[in-house]
Design a protein around this ligand. Structure first.
Ligand code: HEC
Length: 217
């Protein structure tokens, strides 16, 4: 497990190792699905009361205690309220420029068909259509066959990228080198990182504009 890197867990419950990145918890209150495979729908969306999350916390605490003791309701509620309070790291001041404006146009053209919510997430998509490693989506006990478009809140600070946390930078994620057999920068060792090829066919200057825009989110 030490070789997986920090913030990873294998929750697929099959016999091989499929470490995935533990999702960022900032602005959880705005997320419609609570895990990358969209295992849990987050129903109190648009409502400041964290009821759905509190019930989920209670279940998790119960399981963690092998169902020997039920936590006080106040504890699950307080944990959920705390999670709702988590905000991403503060932005440096952003000066609007032409590159950011061009990048926003590219984002709206190429990305918002999936990243459609104000926070950049969106309805879950069939894993086969995204083409990233399907182990989590197809996991035996929690698999849904789906991946949620990752929320893009503070995406500049959310590396490493994708549900398994294997891509080190936005330049790598949105560039073509990652898809080739010669790629060596993946967290799980040398070799291509398949899937989510959106943006990889952009001209380098357009990709730089797109990344400049993503840094403002
Ligand atoms: C067909 C739907 C779809 C399109 C189009 C799409 N994405 Fe995604 N995006 C996803 C899904 C689903 C994931 C999560 C995939 C995974 O983790 O395996 C994702 C993940 C990401 C991530 C990783 C975020 C993180 O924290 O790990 C970034 C960044 C991203 N997309 C940016 C973009 C950009 C920029 C575009 C446009 C060039 C784009 N996406 C187009 C569906 C899409």
């Amino acid at each position: 497990m030490a070789s997986w890197g920090p913030g990873r867990a294998d929750i697929t419950e099959d016999d091989d190792e499929d470490p995935v990145a533990i999702p960022d918890l900032w602005q959880l209150r705005d997320q419609t699905a609570l895990t990358q495979a969209a295992t849990l729908r987050h129903r109190s969306i648009g409502d400041d009361a964290p009821l759905a999350l509190a019930i989920r916390q209670e279940t998790q605490i119960l399981h963690a205690n092998r169902e020997r003791s039920r936590p006080p309701r106040e504890l699950a509620w307080a944990l959920a309220m705390y999670l709702y309070s988590l905000e991403p790291p503060a932005h440096a001041t952003i000066v609007a420029d032409a590159s950011i404006t061009r990048g926003r146009t590219i984002f709206e053209r190429d990305c918002t068909s999936c990243h459609s919510d104000p926070n950049g997430a969106g309805p879950p998509i069939a894993a086969a259509d995204i083409g990233t490693d399907p182990a989590l989506a197809n996991g035996s006990s929690r698999g849904t066959g789906l991946y949620r478009p990752a929320p893009l809140t503070a995406v500049r600070d959310a590396a490493p990228y994708l549900h398994h946390g294997v891509v080190p930078t936005l330049e790598d994620l949105l560039g073509p080198a990652r898809l080739r057999p010669t790629y060596t920068r993946g967290a799980h060792g040398p070799g291509p990182i398949a899937g989510h090829s959106f943006g990889t066919e952009l001209a380098p200057s357009a990709r730089a504009d797109l990344i400049a825009y993503l840094h403002t989110r």
